[in-house]
Design a protein around this ligand. Structure first.
Ligand code: SF4
Length: 61
């Protein structure tokens, strides 16, 4: 399972990065990117981020 951010809908608000900084980072393009991480370790904050994202830009695949 790996989280994915849809750049079309991400507004770069930084909520996911605040909740789960080891997995999400808002880069210079103003969009959140998924970092190389052990996603199993961060399941909880990934799910929190999915729920908290105002534009539902984060999915899991
Ligand atoms: S919470 Fe959603 S909209 Fe905000 S930076 Fe993360 S992916 Fe983008």
């Amino acid at each position: 399972m790996k989280p994915k951010v849809n750049p079309e809908t991400c507004i770069g608000c930084g909520t996911c990065e605040s909740l789960c900084p080891n997995v999400f980072k808002v880069e210079d393009d103003g969009k959140a990117h998924v970092l190389d991480a052990n996603y199993d370790e961060y399941k909880e904050c990934i799910d929190q981020s999915i729920e908290a994202c105002a534009t539902q830009a984060i999915t899991k695949e």
